[in-house]
Ligand binder design. Structure first.
Ligand SMILES: *Cc1c(COP(=O)(O)O)cnc(C)c1O
Length: 402
């Protein structure tokens, strides 16, 4: 279970609704990841948390960025990170976007098709490319399958075409699906990578790196039925470490490794201070009486993923109150704005009253980026960051509320 100590203190101090990021927690998570996977370079997947303070903190720690287009590249550059630590990780890009990224100095591009390779050769001459291999997405809450990546056979065509077009066929990438819950997914991906590396080497293509993508899970979330997920992260790290070693052995040349974590670095270190709108009890058409807890925040202002997972909720002013099982939902007039109405409801205090503060834990990933501009008039949440371990020599307040 993640350590929510600093976040709880900040949530308790918050007087209005907001999302809070624990920068110390994010840094500690980053450091832990590097300890688990020595020799890996991190390219943070920006869409998981495009918050300047978070990006600054990761950049200062040595991370680079996986950007999906010119706008993210520009935001990454504002952290001061050298452009060599930014790659264009989106296989979907227009001529104009490629040219713009190239103008901004980016020289590493993901690809998975001959059409994209031709465009890269024209608009990013001489750039380095890495080919994304398709995965099934099995075992992940969000599979990312079909839209991205190509077969091993196509990968050889893509890499060869890149070389023939004056690009540098530099690497391979995979993404096993977001919130991946099995180590087997990594095992299969690493086996495929090994086969393609060997085949590419046989064709005279020496790759210099493998990008293992994102997918590492959040630890503090619950499934759609409210059960803790307990992802086997230790097993995943073992499989990845052994896989890296194996790939180094089969490769004809030295290999570096990149990882593009998004969720894993930020999910458990962000939390929302929301409030109770109303706890109701109604007879449904099937005759059953059910409780519904409506919160001030839901799918459109911070909890976009609430239909696929549940978050831990805490009611700081109702500790010890008897609870009732309730379906939890957001404040808007959209029935998608709710936890999946599946399994037992979430235990919520029977005496929850309008205005009570509610803490939503482990919701730091994909919260701000998926927030609408004001669906039904509900505005995006403001954000703040807490940081207690100031870098040496950096004076400043303990907390910087915006
Ligand atoms: C979204 C994304 C990631 C991050 O995925 P997580 O599951 O959040 O770790 C990494 N790489 C690419 C290319 C992505 O699109």
């Amino acid at each position: 279970m993640p350590d929510y100590g600093r976040l709880r203190a900040a949530l308790a101090a918050a007087e209005d609704d907001r999302i809070i990021f624990d920068l110390d927690g994010i840094e500690a998570q980053y450091d832990a990841l590097l300890r688990e996977l020595p020799g890996i370079d991190v390219r943070f997947a920006m869409k998981a948390c495009p918050v300047d303070e978070v990006l600054d903190c990761l950049a200062a720690r040595g991370a680079g960025f996986d950007a999906a287009g010119p706008q993210e590249i520009a935001q990454a550059l504002r952290t001061g990170v050298p452009v060599e630590r930014i790659h264009y990780g989106n296989t979907v890009k227009s001529d104009h976007q490629i040219a713009e990224a190239y103008r901004l100095g980016v020289r590493d591009f993901a690809t998975d098709s001959l059409a994209d390779v031709a465009a890269l050769a024209a608009h990013a001459p001489g750039a380095r490319v890495f080919c994304r291999l398709a995965t099934t997405g099995e075992g992940a809450l969000w599979g990312l399958s079909r839209k991205f990546g190509c077969s091993p056979e196509d990968a050889l065509r893509v890499l060869t075409a890149a070389r023939d077009a004056g690009l540098v066929p530099a690497g391979l990438s995979v993404h096993v699906g977001s919130q991946q819950l099995t180590s087997e997914a990594w095992q299969h991906a690493l086996e495929t990578l090994a086969a393609v590396i060997v085949e590419a080497n046989r064709h005279g293509i020496l790759l210099d790196h493998v990008n293992l993508g994102g997918g590492l899970p959040a630890l503090g979330v619950l499934d759609r039925r409210g059960n803790p997920l307990h992802p086997p992260v230790d097993k995943m790290f073992t499989v990845i470490r052994e896989g890296m070693q194996y790939l180094r052995e089969v490769s004809a040349g030295p290999l570096g490794f990149l990882l593009e974590p998004g969720r894993h670095l930020v999910a458990d270190h962000g939390a929302i201070r929301a409030h109770v709108v109303r706890l109701t009890e109604r007879r449904q058409l099937d005759g059953e009486r059910s409780h519904w807890l409506f919160l001030s925040c839901g799918k459109f202002n911070g909890l976009y993923e609430m239909d696929e997972l549940r978050y831990r909720l805490e009611f700081p002013t109702r500790a010890g109150s008897p609870t009732v099982p309730a379906v939890v939902a957001g404040p808007t007039c959209d029935s998608d704005d709710a936890y999946a109405d599946e399994g037992a409801g979430m235990p919520v205090p029977r005496d929850a009253a309008s205005g009570d503060p509610v803490w939503v834990l482990s919701c730091g990933a994909y919260a701000t980026a998926y927030t609408t501009r004001g669906f039904n008039g509900f505005p995006p949440l403001p954000h703040s960051c807490v940081r207690t371990n100031r870098p040496a020599g950096a004076p400043g307040p303990e907390e910087d509320p915006r």
